[in-house]
Design a protein. Structure first.
Length: 369
């Protein structure tokens, strides 16, 4: 009885159409509630991306900083070997991603997180954007006759000082100029006082060619020219001087003297005394250095000849003079100072079966200083 009453109550309380409408409303309400729950549940997002270098490849070891809209650092990361990065649990909002690389430089990108995850691409160095002025149609006017040439920048005119203007105030700076000039004078005097003759090695001095004989030419106007005579003709003289080669007319020359370069010069003091023997001749005498410089390794040389000028004997001997220790570690007593004399005794043997009819005597020396 109760079941019958319940069925009767349903049939009369909820007709069939009302039941379908009622179920549709319930289903829609459940869907809305599910979406709201799901949206409330998804409050954190993931930001991923890649950092590219100038060659378009992923850039590793890039230091990344994630800043919020207030400029505070939210998170940080570093790219891997492929240049990719990932930030987790990022709230919705506006952010700035900054990347710094030691070699490539730095760049940044702005983005916003709303209701879903974000994927970014950051380029280091960033693409350059030129701020070019925007011209309107009225500002652009091209005529057919106009040549499309690049615009050249006009150089600003140089400012010139007028004649009546002063470069500086003369009266106010005169005292300062006098002080600076006095200071410069004292510096120059100190510099000149500190100058000394530099030391020049002997091998460098040996490379300097000094002629053995020079000529001193005096001209009619009082000019004196010193040099080496290269050529002489009927009307001219050609001299090699320190300033170059000069050609002088003989009609302008008053006098020309030959000057000898200072140096050692060893001569015999009279004829040698000769002792004759069947197989040799002995020469004895004295020599003297009449030059202005010391003569080193002085040696007397004797030669014997027969009637046909054939050499029948020769020999030499060093004279005994001053003892000198040379730079080559050689020590010898065969040097003659200026005006110094030394004796010698030279024995010249005769070749077997030969006779000597006459002889010659020579002196050799070296110059080491």
């Amino acid at each position: 009885m109760q079941n019958l009453l319940g069925e009767w109550h349903l049939k009369h309380t909820f007709p069939e159409k009302n039941m379908i409408r009622y179920l549709s409303w319930i289903l829609l309400l459940n869907m809305i509630l599910a979406v709201e729950v799901e949206s409330k549940k998804k409050t954190k997002f993931t930001v991923t991306g890649i950092v590219l270098g100038k060659d378009g490849q992923g850039l590793k070891k890039v230091k990344l900083s994630l800043l919020n809209e207030d400029g505070k650092k939210v998170d940080k990361d570093k790219t891997g070997s492929d240049g990719e990065f990932k930030f987790k649990k990022i709230s919705a909002g506006s952010y700035v991603l900054k990347g710094i690389h030691k070699k490539e430089g730095e760049a940044e990108i702005n983005f916003t997180v709303t209701t879903k995850d974000v994927d970014l691409t950051l380029k280091i160095p960033p693409d350059e954007i030129l701020d070019l002025p925007v011209l309107t149609d009225k500002e652009i006017s091209i005529t057919p006759e106009m040549d499309m040439l690049p615009q050249q920048r006009k150089e600003a005119g140089k400012q010139k000082l007028k004649f009546e203007d002063l470069f500086f105030e003369y009266e106010s700076n005169l005292k300062a100029l006098e002080t600076e000039i006095d200071s410069l004078k004292s510096v120059v005097k100190g510099y000149e006082k500190g100058q000394t003759m530099p030391n020049v090695r002997r091998d460098i001095l040996d490379l300097i060619k000094v002629p053995d004989y020079q000529h001193r030419v005096e001209l009619q106007n009082g000019t004196v020219v010193s040099g080496e005579l290269l050529e002489e003709s009927d009307s001219t003289l050609t001299l090699k001087t320190q300033i170059g080669t000069l050609v002088l007319k003989k009609e302008m020359v008053v006098r020309m003297d030959e000057l000898e370069k200072p140096g050692p010069k060893v001569v015999f003091l009279g004829d040698p005394f000769i002792d004759y023997y069947p197989d040799m001749q002995v020469f004895s005498g004295r020599v003297k250095n009449v030059g202005e410089i010391r003569a080193d390794f002085v040696r007397v040389i004797g030669n014997l000849f027969d009637q046909t000028t054939k050499n029948t004997g020769s020999d030499s001997i060093f004279v005994k003079g001053t003892r000198i220790a040379y730079e080559s570690n050689v020590v010898a007593d065969t040097a003659l100072e200026p005006d110094q004399t030394a004796s010698y005794m030279l024995v010249v043997p005769l070749e077997k079966g030969q006779k000597a009819q006459y002889h010659t005597m020579d002196i050799h020396w070296e110059k080491t200083k």
